[in-house]
Design a protein around this ligand. Structure first.
Ligand code: KIV
Length: 311
């Protein structure tokens, strides 16, 4: 992969910052996607992402877990740093994992700070509303932009009793509107609304002054986010109702690999263009030497070390 060329390509767009995202309220829809490693960040950036979320969904999507609860701060930093090294125009947001902001505001700031200092994150995302206000305030006080996340918050899977659409009943829906207002008032620069009815997402979007970014929240929000592997069809597992697959790359990958294996079997791979050569005279000499069993009579030049191979 020519990552330098791709970085140059990516850097043609002006850098997206948290204040620029904040200013997009009611404007051009925000384009957000998850990415967990360097090549996927480069691809997302080349495609025009405004925001790359290094989501804790990495646990499900890349590490084979059933939920996100096993992700640690160190494990998240490993992925955030890989994404940051792509030097994207897109804003890089690090998803704070379960228990990294639930104890004390001091610990929340410490962990968010590690995302910035060690991972290169430009903002962090935090799940939850009023219960998380103190942690969010402290992180904002440390000058780290925070993205909120309401509705179906996967880190609450055990409390919710599964991954269930939230806010379908008037009471909890009304509560969520107040939580969204509270988050906007303390200064989050945007918020994800996940797994809620479109009508509720529309009310929240109208009520808060910061952009809302939907995932399973209808098309009325200020932006949309999908998980990289879901939208590209990079797996054949279960897909939630709200996912649209824009490609079937897992099937393409299997087909490509089957072609490789078939070429290996038939001997068609590698071909002349994929093969290194030596001059015929040397090759013949080598054959004679091997057959005759020795180095006798060779000139010093013939025994010189190989020049560095050009890849
Ligand atoms: O972790 C994640 O991928 C997320 C998005 C679904 C918003 O939180």
């Amino acid at each position: 992969m020519s990552s330098y060329a791709e970085k140059a390509e990516a850097s043609k767009r002006p850098k997206v910052t948290a204040p620029k995202v904040r200013a997009r309220k009611g404007g051009d829809k925000l384009r957000m996607v998850t990415a967990y490693d360097h090549p996927s960040a480069v691809i997302a950036d080349r495609a025009g992402a405004d925001i790359i979320l290094v989501g804790d969904s990495v646990a499900n999507v890349m590490l084979g877990h059933d939920d996100t609860l096993s992700m640690t701060v160190n494990a998240m930093i490993h992925h955030i740093a890989a994404v940051s090294r792509a030097e994207t125009s897109a804003l890089v947001v690090g998803d704070m994992p379960w228990l990294s902001y639930h104890t004390t505001p001091e610990e929340a700031v410490h962990n968010a700070g590690r995302f910035v200092q060690e991972g290169g994150a430009e903002a962090v995302k935090i799940e939850g509303g009023v219960k998380r206000i103190e942690a969010i305030k402290a992180i904002l006080d440390a000058e780290i932009p925070v993205m909120g996340h309401l509705g179906l918050t996967p880190q609450s899977v055990n409390q919710m009793g599964g991954y269930r659409v939230q806010g379908r009943n008037v009471g909890p829906a009304y509560e969520m509107i107040s939580e969204a207002k509270a988050l906007a008032e303390i200064g989050v620069f945007s918020m994800v609304l996940e797994g809620i009815p479109a009508a509720l997402a529309e009310i929240i979007t109208n009520e808060v002054a910061v952009p809302t970014i939907g995932i399973g929240a209808g098309n009325v929000t200020d932006g949309q986010v999908l998980v990289y592997h879901d939208l590209l069809g990079l797996h054949n597992g279960h897909l939630p109702k709200f996912v649209r697959q824009y490609a079937k790359l897992a099937d393409d990958a299997v087909a490509a690999m089957q072609s490789f294996f078939a070429d290996v079997q038939s001997g068609a791979f590698p071909g002349p263009d994929e093969t290194y050569t030596m001059d015929e005279e040397s090759a013949n000499l080598l054959r004679e030497m091997t057959a005759g069993g020795g180095y006798a009579g060779l000139e010093a030049d013939d025994l010189m070390a190989d020049e560095a191979m050009e890849r």
